[in-house]
Design a protein around this ligand. Structure first.
Ligand SMILES: Nc1nc2c(c(=O)[nH]1)N[C@H]1C(S)=C(S)[C@@H](COP(=O)(O)O)O[C@H]1N2
Ligand SMILES: [Mo]
Length: 420
């Protein structure tokens, strides 16, 4: 049966959500048209670029200046060393964060660590303590994995009484995804020989913050790596050059940068960074420590705050989804404030503990709508509504904020952040 425009425009939920077929075929085009058309027949004349040689070669490429400014979102801070810059998620496509746009979180600046003198010590409850130079680690077997990294404080303003008006990157950009290459931590721990009573590993960075976190041995032996490369090149200084701990699916804080020491222990160290901070105050007043795994989450990037809609009609709702527990199973989107939902397309790759792109066909009728997305991961965990997330924690909680988010589009196409 031939495809008809009508088939591709099949509504699947309220607010103009359309069947995913509308994304996969040109049905939308035949039913109204997104292309500018052939009025001018410009194809017949050669563009100016064809009439003279192009620019010369270069050692390092840059983005096209006319593609617009794409920069990390950098706050102005009273103390230069501490703080964070965010990935401008709403300006990027696909799932991989270019290295220069990976978010940064430093507790006391970026140390200048020389690979020639930097060493990684593995000691504590081991058969033989080991000291690795950078060049030693370069000789070990490597593996590459595409993994997200998210600060546990990401999206923390969702707890505020009134919705903070900011771009998707401002609100959620303590999140990036890269192809990390390095040495499996289990390889190094096996070589050191783990004592039977060992249960935890304490990681320490070579920065003046002395970032120190305790990680369960089970995580270190599972899929942890000592990352040396980021999207094909040596780690950037901001990301921990020459080496960092990289714990897939775990809160960013524990992926200690400029890693210099791993101490195998029977119990956690209860360091400053895991007691005074990075612990969660629950609704009943108790504190949850070592809540390391990042929850299932999604966020709509198109449209989002700052990217207003210019005209009614067909378009794509698109965003990112991820879970610290594994792969994403599905993302549902609502265009009527949660009254009805339809399943979005996951336009692969759909990798465990990595960002996944979702897309939903949509016909905006030009009226006010509220857009939401809700992710489910392969363990069956579902992204909670904001009310459910708030109920779990005591006042002031900003960590592990994975609640459903909502964008309101008004009749003029302006997008604002709302609580639905
Ligand atoms: N040594 C050290 N490691 C660190 C930090 C730090 O300040 N010092 N910040 C942590 C925090 S809170 C996060 S969210 C991640 C951020 O990694 P990125 O800057 O590569 O994005 O690094 C973690 N590792
Ligand atoms: Mo963080």
């Amino acid at each position: 049966m031939p495809d008809t425009p009508d088939q591709h425009q099949e509504p699947v939920a309220g607010g103009g959500l359309l069947h995913r077929r509308a994304l996969l075929v040109a049905g939308a085009l035949s039913a109204g048209g997104l292309a500018t058309g052939l009025k001018a027949a410009t194809g017949a004349r050669s563009p100016a670029t064809m009439l003279k040689p192009g620019a010369p070669l270069s050692g390092v490429g840059e983005r096209a200046p006319s593609a617009g400014t794409i920069q990390r979102i950098v706050p102005s801070l009273p103390f230069p060393g501490t703080g964070s810059s965010r990935t401008p998620l709403q300006l990027l496509e696909g799932t991989i964060t270019p290295n220069g746009l990976h978010f940064e979180r430093h507790h006391n600046g970026i140390p200048d660590v020389a690979p020639a003198t930097h060493e990684l010590l593995i000691h504590g409850l081991v058969r033989q303590p080991l000291l690795f130079r950078y060049e030693d680690l370069l000789r070990y077997p490597r593996e590459s994995r595409i993994l997200f990294l998210e600060c546990s404080g990401n999206s923390g303003t969702i707890g505020a009484d009134t919705p903070v008006q900011g771009s998707a990157g401002q609100l959620n950009g303590l999140l990036s995804c890269a192809e990390w290459t390095g040495v499996r931590l289990s390889t190094l721990l096996d070589e050191a020989g783990i004592a039977p009573q060992a249960r935890w590993v304490q990681a320490e960075g070579a920065d003046s913050a002395g970032m120190t976190r305790s990680v369960p041995l089970s995580i270190c032996l599972d899929d942890a790596m000592i990352a040396l490369f980021q999207n094909g090149e040596p780690l950037r200084p901001e990301q921990g050059f020459p080496m960092r701990l990289l714990l897939p699916g775990i809160e960013g804080n524990a992926s200690v940068k400029w890693l210099r020491r791993l101490k195998v222990m029977a119990a956690p160290a209860f360091s400053r960074d895991e007691t005074s901070k990075y612990s969660d105050i629950l609704a009943d007043g108790r504190a949850e420590l070592f809540s390391l795994r990042m929850g299932v989450k999604s966020v709509i990037l198109a449209p989002s705050f700052g990217l207003d809609l210019k005209c009614a009609g067909f378009r794509e709702i698109s965003g990112l989804t991820w879970s610290g527990r594994g792969r994403i199973r599905k993302v549902e989107v609502s265009a009527d404030g949660g009254a009805s939902w339809a399943e979005a397309a996951l336009t692969g790759p759909v990798l465990p503990k990595a960002l996944t792109r979702f897309r939903m066909a949509w016909r905006w009728d030009g009226g006010p709508v509220t857009l939401m997305s809700r992710a489910t991961d392969e363990t069956g965990a579902v992204q909670p509504p904001r009310s459910e997330w708030l109920a779990k924690y005591g006042p002031g909680q900003t960590y592990h904020a994975n609640a459903i988010q909502s964008w309101h589009v008004d009749a003029r196409g302006r997008v604002s952040h709302v609580y639905a």
